[in-house]
Design a protein around this ligand. Sequence first.
Ligand code: PLP
Length: 445
Amino acid sequence: MAVTRHEAVTTREAEAAHEAVTTHEGGNAHPGGTAAGAATVLDAERVREDFPILARTVHGRPLVYLDSAASAQCPRAVIRAVEDYQMRSHANVHRGVHLLSQEATAAYEGARDRVRRFLNARSTREILFVRGTTEAINLVAQSYARPRLGPGDEILITALEHHANIVPWQMVREQTGCSLAVAPIDLRGELDLEAFRARLTPRTRLVAVAHVSNALGTILPVAEILSAAHARGIPVLIDGAQAVSHRGIDVRALDCDFYAFSGHKLYGPTGIGVLYGRESLLAEMPPWQGGGDMILTVSFERTTYNELPWKFEAGTPNMSGAIGLAAAIDYLEALGLDAVAAHEQRLLEEATAELRRIPGLTIIGTAAHKASLISFTLEGIHPHDLGTILDSEGIAVRTGHHCAMPVMEFFGVPATARASFACYNTREDVRRLASAVRKAREVFR
Ligand code: PLP
């Protein structure tokens, strides 16, 4: 059975991933790590072997991939799970009596349950497969906010949001006449929590915030945000695009109403993402797209809609993407989210210290709690030029506004260079980044 083969593949890869983690008694315990006094240490060199793309060269230099916040690379486990599905079980889901369709359906729905366990959601009815974070937020905008909001109502976001968590609400504003309030950040890139609380008013009908800022790295105090909003009965959407690969997400412990993320930032394929929604809210929301699979019956007079979660999944879904995402979750959990987070934090600290030593370099985003990315500018060099020089050294960083133009405006810069660290990055990557930035500085002096 192909479904069993999928399990066999992911289990074998997961076992390999396990070997990349050692436990040291008495080490620096990471919050939420293993047994008391023990810290899990990730063997990043060993992890790298799981990612075939990292073996390639770029412009004749070994690749240093520091753009995982845009898209993380896929481990072999994910590539194989997708390949295995396509080679053995691919067929359309939910509609076929034939074996392949049943296998594909079992694998696709199995992936949904894998995501449910990853997020600790109560039910698979709360797990909607979408294209990515952007589509998840648009779904909530169009299906939750648009039918409910009108003039006088307000949606509250923060000043550090990605465009994906700004524009869908502006569209709702145009459609309904509601307004959009923005809670400010400070010069470190931290949310001003008091100002946020002050902006919660009887008019606020929805809060939508990033868990981690993609432009600054700031980890937002989502527990405080949730409790302040819930104290007023206001539902909260969390954009988890930058958070899921760095920390365990427990939607029940968080008690959030919506949580969105993308597979490609979690070592999974592109074109697949997840919207977690509290069942009581999803049940009240109308479907936002119509078509096959989301219906129970259709006549020209009347259509009845399918149950959750399929009510929100019109058309043929991305089966291979969902299967790849489940394999990515298996892989990451076998490495251990705590071990990965501790490893990334060490790289963040080292890179911050290294880059700070470079004259003319300014780090944009210096929050006390940051995920493993660093945005920076270098005096006298446009970030795009810097990115090009780094690329010629085989180093992939992102340059630009990072789909967060209001953040760039707040800090008075047109763009930044951004290095982001994942489970497969090493101290050598940090060293090569710092030395290439120094070299760029010399070129432009
Ligand atoms: N939100 C944040 C914080 C992001 O970093 C991104 C992508 O960079 C998105 C939303 C949009 O994700 P996607 O393009 O996968 O839909």
